[in-house]
Design a protein around this ligand. Structure first.
Ligand code: OGA
Ligand code: NI
Length: 363
């Protein structure tokens, strides 16, 4: 008993010491560590990775968005493909999404530069206050999760109220705003296509405020000296309606599909789209918010930029539940109504413990 207590004390003081450095995992790597601190040791069961038996059936779909806005025949084809992917996989990649390669590259470079700049400048942004306009920290759930992840993150809401220019980091702030505008345009198209695939009117999901707010997180996964002992990002599903993810060439993102961890291979120029918990909730489980994780890697850094359509940390009292038009006697509501504020509070306190937040709302 006594020793368990000491271990716990020791862990919490280690977490605090790590947090106090304000330089995140990147700071540890810069200091030249050759083994990872105990706080990062993942429970072995979370590191297992049953691989899918064979390839093609276990590849997330890639959807060409060209034609989504012009001809009606290609649009209906697209609507079907997107609906299918959201239903069976909850994850897909999109190409010809309208965001130029230059913008994608400049966004990734900007995030990399933020994390690789003078630590003293970076420290000025380090915060765990969800009310801060810009937040740079390592592990949003550092003090509540069973093990810390090998990752640092810079983030802010870019819609509806982007931070003032003077609150943005000099190296990447402008790019974050510009990239978000592009993601917002893409998101609107995706919500239109998803609405149509549900048999709802084109603007239905947008009119439910699914595109009202956008949270941008720029992740930096430093190279890890012992990648088999920790994770870049623990298994979780996203607390969003939809997530648009830009990854680089390193890889490591995996999706849990039929009990198997399936790699989401980097496709140059593509964006990864995934259904979040709130879209699973309002579609009464038709679209699935699938668990995913990121492996740590000996090579790196890996950069990714995740944009969440949600109002996660902001006050929002609109009530969300399964859309009435989708319900019937055969398809009664599976979840109770909630507000984003209520759900976010629960999601945040839960941390990435490997369970779905939607269990909390199950009827
Ligand atoms: C996330 C996420 C994946 C990645 O931020 O929720 O799943 O590749 N990111 O960084
Ligand atoms: Ni995620």
């Amino acid at each position: 008993m006594e020793s368990t207590h000491n271990v716990a004390l020791d862990r919490s003081s280690q977490l605090k010491a790590f947090d106090d450095t304000k330089t995140g995992v990147k700071g540890l790597v810069d200091a030249g560590i050759s083994s990872i601190p105990d706080i990062f040791l993942a429970p072995p069961v979370t590191l297992t990775s049953p691989k899918p038996p064979s390839s093609s059936q276990f590849t997330i779909p890639t959807i060409d968005l060209k034609g989504g806005t012009d001809s009606t025949t290609t649009r209906s084809d697209l609507v079907e493909k997107i609906g299918d992917a959201a239903e069976k996989w909850g994850f897909f990649q999109v190409v010809n999404h309208g965001i130029s390669l230059d913008v994608l590259e400049m966004m990734r470079d900007g995030i990399r530069e933020f994390h690789e700049q003078d630590p003293e400048v970076k420290k000025g942004f380090y915060s765990r206050d969800p009310k801060s306009k810009m937040v740079y920290s390592s592990n949003f759930d550092l003090f509540s999760s069973p093990a810390a992840n090998w990752r640092d993150t810079l983030g802010c809401y870019t819609a509806p109220d982007p931070p003032k220019p003077e609150d943005l980091p000099a190296v990447c702030g402008e790019m974050m705003i510009e990239y978000s505008k592009e993601v917002m345009k893409l998101g609107k198209l995706l919500f239109e296509l998803l609405s149509e695939s549900l048999g709802l009117s084109t603007n239905y999901l947008k009119d439910m405020d699914c595109t009202n707010s956008l949270l941008l997180l720029g992740h930096y996964y430093p190279p890890c000296p012992q990648p088999d002992l920790t994770l870049g990002l623990s298994k979780h599903s996203d607390n969003s309606f939809l997530t648009v993810l830009l990854q680089d060439h390193i890889g490591g993102l995996q999706v849990l599909h039929d009990q198997y961890w399936v790699d989401v291979p980097p496709v140059p120029g593509a964006l990864v789209i995934n259904v979040g918990d709130l879209l699973q909730l309002i579609t009464n489980g038709k679209f699935i918010s699938v668990e995913h994780r990121v492996l740590a890697n000996e090579t790196g850094p890996r950069i990714s930029v995740a944009c969440f359509f949600s109002s996660y940390l902001m006050a929002n009292d609109r009530v969300y539940g399964p859309v009435k038009e989708l319900l019937s006697e055969q398809n009664p509501p599976k979840y109770r109504d909630t507000t984003i504020t209520e759900y976010a509070k629960f999601y945040r306190s839960k941390g990435f413990d490997g369970t779905s937040g939607l269990l909390y709302l199950k009827i």
